[in-house]
Design a protein around this ligand. Structure first.
Ligand code: PHE
Length: 346
């Protein structure tokens, strides 16, 4: 009996001193003391060695010991409810589940680059319809019916039925949006017009029947060709780097006068001559010019008071050069193996 009392006293102080940092330790406690092979049960079993006259007293002491251990267990459980340690239920060293990342289309990436440069110069973005009437795509742009310049752009016409009062077509450039901005009658105007355009061209690695453009328009009093050049210089340096050189070549567009095409020194070979620049050292990137007075007049703007410039560039070609894409058809085939490569591109 004396032994038993001593043993219980020792057990009690051990139980008292027990601390648990997490659920796992609480469970260890349960198994050690309260489990089917636990020490509480074991100690109870010692009743049989206690002489009969002491059994009553011993039973009380043992019962109290059992309650003591159970109370401690309840307290431990309470303190640790919901604190199952993460490291027990999962292996934190395992790699996480892979979430497939979407990506921007390379055309969007390039278009956004172009747009953001002009936005920094104060240009707003304007969008217009892809199915357009003849007026906004041609006539207002100083290309009346039978004007030979209409042949520069092979046009897809839309069959709108015999009763249609106007010819409908798929826009051949985003200049239609510039006309629509001018017609709104709010001056000055400083917009860029990104969008998809259509031309009836044979599809090959280098050309497609639809592609993308970003065109720009600036109209105010006293706008000069010097403003056009400075704006485009800024664009080119932001886009292709500070060292790039620029040249203007005289050109012809019915809606601008004078008109020019702008080349940049080849950003692949630096101007020494390669396949991209066809050994010339120059790459053509855009058309531009001062808006023809007829165009201003067509849109109700007084050409005596206002002048302006416009420019237009394709998006596909710079994207192909930047990302090393050698076939324009890849842009529209929706091949995930192609598109996936732009997940981290900017
Ligand atoms: N609209 C012309 C094209 O599509 C580009 C351009 C725009 C040229 C504005 C000059 C001025 O080819």
């Amino acid at each position: 009996m004396q032994d038993l009392l001593q043993k219980i006293a020792a057990y009690k102080s051990e139980i008292d001193a027990f601390t648990a940092a997490d659920d796992k330790r609480v469970e260890e406690f349960r198994i050690k003391w309260l489990g089917t092979k636990g020490l509480v049960k074991g100690t109870m079993g010692e009743m049989k060695h206690v002489p009969n006259e002491q059994k009553r007293e011993a039973g009380q002491i043992l019962n109290e010991f059992k309650q003591f251990a159970e109370a401690k267990f309840e307290a431990l459980k309470e303190a640790h409810s919901g604190t199952e340690s993460l490291s027990d239920s999962m292996d934190l060293s395992l790699p996480g589940d892979e979430t497939p990342l979407g990506s921007r289309h390379p055309i969007s990436l390039m278009r956004n680059r172009i747009i953001s440069i002009f936005q920094r110069l104060g240009f707003a973005v304007a969008e217009g319809p892809e199915v357009e009437d003849d007026w906004h795509n041609f006539t207002a742009l100083n290309m009346p019916e039978h004007h030979p310049a209409r042949d520069m752009q092979d046009t897809f016409y839309v069959d709108a039925g015999e009763n249609s009062a106007v010819d409908w077509l798929l826009r051949t450039h985003t200049s239609n949006t510039q006309i629509r901005e001018m017609e709104k009658g709010k001056l000055p105007i400083r917009v860029i017009c990104p969008g998809r355009v259509y031309r009836n061209e044979t599809i090959s690695a280098r050309s497609h029947c639809f592609f993308h453009q970003v065109e720009g328009l600036y109209i105010d009093e006293h706008v000069s060709f010097a403003d056009l050049k400075q704006t485009l210089y800024f664009f080119v340096k932001e886009m292709y780097g500070q060292d790039v050189r620029v040249r203007f070549r005289p050109s012809y567009f019915p809606f601008t006068e004078p008109s020019a095409e702008m080349d940049v020194s080849c950003f692949i070979c630096g101007g020494t001559g390669c396949n991209i620049c066809k050994k010339t050292g120059w790459v053509e990137i855009l058309g531009c010019g001062m808006i023809h007075p007829n165009v201003l007049q067509n849109c109700g703007i007084n050409p005596e008071k206002y002048t302006g410039f416009a420019f237009g560039m394709g998006v596909e070609r710079p994207a192909m050069l930047k990302y090393g894409i050698n076939d324009i058809r890849l842009f529209s085939e929706n091949d995930v193996r192609f598109l996936k490569q732009f997940t981290s591109a900017t």
